[in-house]
Design a protein around this ligand. Sequence first.
Ligand code: GLC
Length: 742
Amino acid sequence: MINMRRIWFVLIAMFTSLGVLAQSSKHDEIAQKVDSVMNRMTLEEKIGQLNQLTGDGEVTGPVTLNQDYQQQIRQGMVGSMLNVNGAEYTRKIQKIAVEESRLGIPLIFGYDVIHGYKTIFPVPLGESSSWDLEAIEKASRIAAREATAAGQHWTFAPMMDISRDARWGRVMEGAGEDPYYGSKVARARIRGFQGEDFSKANTMLACAKHYVGYGAARGGRDYNTVDMSMRRLHETFLPPFKAAIDEGVATFMSSFNELNGVPVTGSKELVQDLLKDQWGFDGFIVSDWGSIQEMIPHGVAADKYEAGDLAMNAGIDMDMEGHVYIEELKNLLNDGRISEAQINEAVRRILTKKFELGLFEDPYKYCDPEREEQELLSEENRAFARKSAQKSMVLLKNEGVLPLSKDLGNIALVGPLVQADEEYIGTWSARGEGRHVVNVMEGFRNKLGDQASLTYAKGASFTGQSKEGFDEALQKARQADAVVAVVGESAMMSGEALSRMNIGLPGLQQELVLELAKLDKPLVVVLMNGRPLAIPEVDEKAPAILEAWLPGTEGGNAVADIIFGDYNPSGKLTASFPYDVGQVPVQYEHKNTGRPKVEGQRYTSQYIDGPNKPLYPFGYGLSYTSFEYSRPVLNKQQINFDETLRVQVDVKNTGERAGEEVVQMYVRDLVGSVTRPVKELKGFEKIALEPGQTKTVTFKLRADDLAFYTRDMEYKAEPGEFKVFTGSSSEDVQSASFKLRR
Ligand code: GLC
């Protein structure tokens, strides 16, 4: 009997080696092509490849030099453009590079495709609240299909900055406060953008940004100083970037901020040594807009010459709209401050990606007006944007008001966001347009037809202290059977350079809501915002609150789907909502301290004018049904370093309707060589349950999952006592104990 196993092994070995051979031969083939191009390039042309300029689209940074970039392209002084959009226009610009420059090296076009290109999805913080990694990946896949149909090769996304500070405007761009979950979301978004093969015309390069620590800006003020321990950097802010490399991300972007005195864009330790040498990142890293030149105002470079010296020696490959490399690298080379090998290495990394995209074979493959016409805002894409928005929304409170009946006679829609189309798509909304948005008024009309009469009153504005709209709003509310207040932030109240020191409802919106609450009518508050908001008074007085985020092109339909019960809300918060800005930074993964709070005991860690806990915690979100959790059951009371602990929890739908629940697992290391958080997320699973149905959810834990940076900054687990928590939020959990032993 021939040993079939042996044959299988031989076959597997053969196919694996063929696969590896295929991969390495493709890699080698591209390397040879890169060499052949580089051998023909002058020094000036090489430096040109490291130069990225902005085009005529929206300006996404400080005012740039008005320059004739088309002439510079002809002269081989530009390797990449950003903010150049559309199949026709990118073809026009690409044509200049390919047909009018000496070597015809194609440009790579980059753009901020952050949460959609033309069909806009919820702002990323909202999208992350779905805890549905497949849906998150699919949204990025759709964004990539649309963007590549319109000439884009490369998106400056996903943004993976962890942040625990709701004052920071860019908290809207990421996936919240937790590195474990943020890493999963980053990987899903990279998969969506990059697909399986860069050479396909509907896949694009992703970009891990902003490397690193940007979300810890002091005071939550954008671009401000960042100071933290190496332990905090490695345990909280670096993991998503390491996960991005493990997922095969093609590019990185260095951040504006300094970290412990050194701007990251000039940090050899973080870029060359950690990212490239230690982690083996083989793509290329672009500076953020002007961040090379900004080392002058940072005060670590006297001029562009010194800034270029720092950046090139740090390992930054491409200069985004900084005009430093193009002006200074030749001088730095002549003075021996940098080497030609460093320039060649940067050029090689960039040309390799251009070859992988297939741009040398067909520089116009992404400039396809027909595909652009078919793909952008297709019904399929809009339908998924609606699903994504449904999944992202979080039910924060519901005292028997929701879902509303579709048979109500009159519904009053009140608030500045009821039909403010432009606000629904938020910032970083690429080529999205407000005119394509379905707002809440339209969503309700689509849902109810002529069944119900809908009245509208703006009531209050995002800014100012005027109450002139209150009377009309209250009057319409009095005449209605139910009131839906759609309030929150305008698009320009979260995003880059949009930090807020007050994180309540802007203007007099809260006062309006509190007046509405006095009418003793069924009142639903729909929040549309890009950051966690401090709304304890609204929470106290409003019987129902739905967090809808800035929900994107299909937001109004998704809100109506939830309000009238056609979709049972399943989102959970990925960022804690503070009681007050005075609690910030606030997160579930906090330390116990030596004097943990004890009610009624003065000398413990607390505020005398408010709680320690946030208003709504990480992982929190309600449903129209209810779920009951068993205690976690462990298959062992202790494990050694090469064993697996199985954690099981039964979850039952105890309500009247089907629903989805995000089952979460957290761990606590009770005693370590350094202090350890009271909880750390180590697993989650989103499950669907019919009424009365029970499912057993199983998690696995090994020593690797318990590793951290010990007193000696070694990354490893330490033996001892642990607690494992399972439940429906970071606060609503039950626990069991186990030991890790040598
Ligand atoms: C901006 C942002 C960055 C963006 C880049 C290009 O300043 O910080 O996230 O990708 O410039 O628009």
